[in-house]
Design a protein around this ligand. Structure first.
Ligand SMILES: *[C@@H]1O[C@H](CO)[C@@H](O)[C@H](O)[C@H]1NC(C)=O
Ligand SMILES: *[C@@H]1O[C@H](CO)[C@@H](O)[C@H](O)[C@H]1NC(C)=O
Ligand SMILES: *[C@@H]1O[C@H](CO)[C@@H](O)[C@H](O)[C@H]1NC(C)=O
Ligand SMILES: *[C@@H]1O[C@H](CO)[C@@H](O)[C@H](O)[C@H]1NC(C)=O
Ligand SMILES: *[C@@H]1O[C@H](CO)[C@@H](O)[C@H](O)[C@H]1NC(C)=O
Ligand SMILES: *[C@@H]1O[C@H](CO)[C@@H](O)[C@H](O)[C@H]1NC(C)=O
Ligand SMILES: *[C@@H]1O[C@H](CO)[C@@H](O)[C@H](O)[C@H]1NC(C)=O
Ligand SMILES: *[C@@H]1O[C@H](CO)[C@@H](O)[C@H](O)[C@H]1NC(C)=O
Length: 749
């Protein structure tokens, strides 16, 4: 039996007890967001229910349901019977938070080593609390919301033998059909314990066929969508690089084999974390499928002294019966409104030009100003000076020196950055009266051995005792687990931002972590990094921060909480970008994606693509920019750029706030397309592409989604046509060559 001194009267509640905020004057009625009927807990969203209960005999938590809405009535299912064979009852149940060593042979959500060496845990229900709103997660990024947006259920569990306590925290955002879970482990005993594995979310699906969908890739090839059947046994992915990585994104979707982009059930799990992670999907001998997502056990081994707590990152789980697209839109809305804290989350982003592909390391005060001047002429609103501006004794004129020394290169900037920043911010963008803004690139978590910082503090770089410090791109990673390193970074970046009128920062991170002092250092690093991000973004709320890790190496919700946009990939080839950006949109709102029009032949692929197609692909990202030297553009390209900038500015508000419908996928069709619809439904913009010429073959109609069938819409001023016709019959366009593209505006009448 579980403890009798529960704070919420469990035994007394044989009647349905409805807990939750209820007020007649509230526009949003969350009154049934969390329903407790004594032994059963139900979290209800507009179109989702999540149910689990306590086995009253054993105190174990059993999963019942994660899917479409339930109404409280429940079929009295026959009890799970112990059958012959070696798998005991625990191995046959759908377990809500599977612990280790009690006859469940599937992967556990928690594994703890005690000082005696035991790894058995026996976590039983103790009590629960319901809280309006959502408490912060100490030291970690997390979704947030007020009492009207979110309700939290905390279930307290306890292992009597070891005195280990686990609190499971569930928050439901009813409007988003999103359930957020995290777990914390507290050592209430007297001897040390080591947490070897801790999942943020775990769910046991009933017996049914499932596909799993994930995003894999590598540097310059991020977010390629992969869909495979869940088979008996374990299948999973993760990152052990010390960062969320280009290799696998911390995101998992499960769906029925018949689920498509627009139809069928889909579940999305998105981990709000930037470090090493792991995703395991295991179809056990009984045919039940377990999904686990959380910290990577290979880089955890987290020691807890008496009274200490380890808090897992949180994982957002969404459910949709409108296909993979519906799942993505729930995540997008939640992240736009309840994760990204920046004031720029849904406000127009200035069109920028980044100097990297235009000049690389090769510039000085006058040549960089020239680039800014040419950018202004084209209508660019924000000029970004990328790598190459810093380093005093060890000037950053190539990638083999300077990282760590964030002072302007005195040869390139004899009077510091202020004169340049002043000159650039005096420029007017295009023919407007808008003053140009100035942005800067930094990579503060890194150090080159060729730097004053490294000469002074060699111990600040990550290293494992006597083992060689392997360099990548001639650089080492600073150990952000150390408070003195965090303080140094906060100080140098704050000083830089205080020194002149800098309104944008691109925060880069260009190598993986190798030799680390201990497995737990990975998570300690993350806690330190989040402290740095939190301190700086709180202190400089007017700065537009962009995350970057050699492109999309840290495209994750943990970074998004602090930085409203992330550089999606170092691959700026527009054809590659169609796949990468469609893939990234599986979990992340288009508002979060940085996307630039770059020069041809493309620096990564050597491919030459027309400027219009390049511009159209880039403006599907919330932060549109140029990544080139205008002086090197062909005349006809140059003539088109101001028009593309104007178009990007016109579509930007819809991209930032609207719902995205992936109408056709680049991996399935020669004609990928996406529709973005403004939140009020009054405006929409269609992006429609032809990848390769289509000789002697009819072109397909493109059928729209998400419109009001009754309403009438103009299509680029033509029409009006009914929403029903546009969705059921569609639109047709023809293209006569490779890389054709259309950007089409719809207005509701
Ligand atoms: C939820 O269901 C209602 C009624 O079926 C529907 O109108 C609404 O669009 C659904 N919401 C979402 C986010 O799917
Ligand atoms: C509850 O747990 C007991 C003891 O393990 C077990 O015998 C029983 O079948 C369980 N009941 C349910 C409904 O799972
Ligand atoms: C745990 O210990 C408490 C107090 O000794 C007891 O009341 C409770 O029944 C125990 N719970 C389990 C699951 O053994
Ligand atoms: C553990 O989590 C619960 C639920 O979020 C919270 O109430 C509690 O304060 C946490 N404990 C610590 C030590 O952070
Ligand atoms: C117990 O854990 C604490 C906190 O991590 C640590 O400082 C201490 O050295 C550990 N003690 C032993 C005996 O390992
Ligand atoms: C900047 O570089 C350009 C081109 O290399 C050169 O002509 C110019 O003299 C340099 N200006 C300064 C101030 O060093
Ligand atoms: C340090 O910088 C010097 C001069 O630029 C260069 O020759 C050397 O290779 C660099 N060393 C390393 C380890 O990158
Ligand atoms: C500014 O005006 C000139 C003359 O009308 C025009 O050629 C140029 O394209 C305009 N620039 C922008 C960025 O719109």
């Amino acid at each position: 039996m579980f403890g009798s001194s529960t704070r919420t009267a469990l035994a007394a509640a044989s009647l349905l007890t409805v807990l939750g905020h209820k007020s007649a004057v509230m526009a949003q009625d969350n009154s049934n967001a969390v329903v407790v009927d004594g032994k059963t807990f139900v979290l209800n969203g507009d179109n989702v229910s999540y149910q689990f209960r306590v086995n009253e005999t054993s105190g174990d938590l059993l999963s019942d349901h994660f899917g479409g809405s339930l109404d409280g009535s429940m079929f009295d299912a026959p009890p799970v019977e112990a059958l012959g064979g070696w798998v005991g009852l625990n191995g046959r149940f759908r377990r809500e938070f599977p612990d280790h060593g009690r006859g469940d042979f599937r992967i556990p959500a928690v594994r703890i080593r005690q000082s005696e060496g035991y790894t058995v845990t026996d976590l039983r229900y103790q009590s629960h609390d319901v809280i309006q709103g959502k408490p912060e997660l100490p030291g970690l990024p997390a979704t947030h919301g007020g009492e009207d947006d979110v309700t939290t259920l905390v279930v307290h569990m306890f292992d009597n033998y070891s005195s280990i306590a686990v609190d499971l925290s569930y928050s439901i955002f009813p409007k988003y059909d999103a359930i957020v879970r995290s777990a914390n482990v507290t050592n209430k005993g007297t001897k040390n314990i080591t947490v070897e594995a801790l999942s943020s979310f775990s769910f046991d699906f009933p017996v049914e066929d499932l596909d799993m969908i994930s995003l894999n890739g590598d540097w310059a090839r991020e977010a390629h969508r992969q869909r495979r059947k869940v088979e008996y046994g374990t299948q999973g992915f993760g990152s052990s690089t010390g960062f969320s990585s280009h290799l696998h994104n911390p995101f998992l979707a499960l769906a029925h084999p018949s689920t498509t982009e627009s139809q069928g059930e889909a579940w999305g799990f998105s981990l709000v974390y930037t470090g090493s992670f792991s995703v395991d999907v295991e179809k056990g001998s009984q045919g039940l499928t377990r999904a686990l997502i959380g910290l990577n056990p290979n880089q955890l081994s987290w020691q807890l002294g008496a009274g200490e707590t380890l808090t897992s990152p949180e994982c957002v789980a969404v459910y949709s019966d409108n296909g993979i697209g519906g799942m993505s839109r729930s995540l997008h809305r939640l992240y736009r409104n309840h994760l990204i804290k920046s004031k720029f989350a849904i406000s127009d982003r200035p069109v920028l030009l980044n100097s990297w592909e235009g000049l690389y390391f090769d510039y000085n005060e006058s040549t960089i100003y020239q680039l800014a001047e040419e950018s202004a002429t084209l209508g660019v609103k924000l000029f970004v000076m990328d790598d190459g501006w810093f380093g005093d004794k060890y000037p950053r004129t190539s990638d083999n020196a300077g990282l760590g020394d964030w002072t302007p290169n005195p040869e390139r900037f004899p009077e510091g950055l202020s004169p340049l920043v002043q000159d650039v911010t005096d420029l007017k963008a295009g023919n407007t009266s808008t003053k140009m803004r100035f942005g800067i690139w930094v990579e503060p978590e890194m150090v080159n051995p060729n730097s004053s910082l490294y000469r002074e503090h060699p111990d600040w770089a990550l290293h494992a005792g006597p083992y060689p410090r392997t360099e990548q791109r001639n650089q080492l990673v600073l150990n952000l687990a150390l408070p003195e390193v965090q303080d140094y970074i906060i100080k140098v970046i704050a000083d830089l931002l205080d020194s002149s009128d800098i309104s944008y920062v691109k925060w880069d991170f260009n190598r993986a972590m190798h030799e680390t002092p201990s497995p737990s250092n990975d998570h300690a690093y993350m806690l330190g990094m989040y402290r740095v991000f939190d301190t700086l973004t709180t202190r400089f709320p007017d700065v537009l921060w962009e995350g970057c890790a050699s492109g999309g190496g840290r495209f994750d919700p943990g970074v998004l909480e602090y930085f409203p946009q992330i550089w999606t990939s170092d691959d700026t080839d527009a054809l590659e970008r169609v796949t990468i950006q469609f893939g990234t949109s599986l979990a992340y709102p288009p508002s979060a994606m940085g996307a630039h029009l770059s020069a041809v032949p493309n620096a990564q692929t050597g491919r030459t693509i027309p400027v219009t197609f390049r511009g159209h692909v880039a403006m599907m990202g919330g932060s549109f920019g140029l990544e080139l030297n205008p002086a090197e553009l062909h005349e006809d390209e140059k003539a088109e750029v101001p028009g593309l900038i104007a178009l990007a500015e016109k579509v930007n508000p819809i991209i930032l706030t609207g719902d995205m419908y992936r109408l056709r996928l680049p991996e399935e069709s020669n004609w990928p397309a996406a529709l973005f619809i403004s939140p009020d439904g009054a405006q929409a913009v269609l992006f429609y592409f032809q990848l390769r010429a289509n000789v002697n073959h009819a072109t397909p109609w493109i059928r729209l989604q998400g419109l009001d069938p009754q309403a009438k819409y103009t299509v680029d001023g033509k029409g009006p046509y009914s929403g029903a016709n546009l969705m059921n019959m569609g639109l047709q366009y023809t293209f006569d060559s490779d890389f054709g593209s259309e950007v089409v505006f719809l207005e509701r009448q």
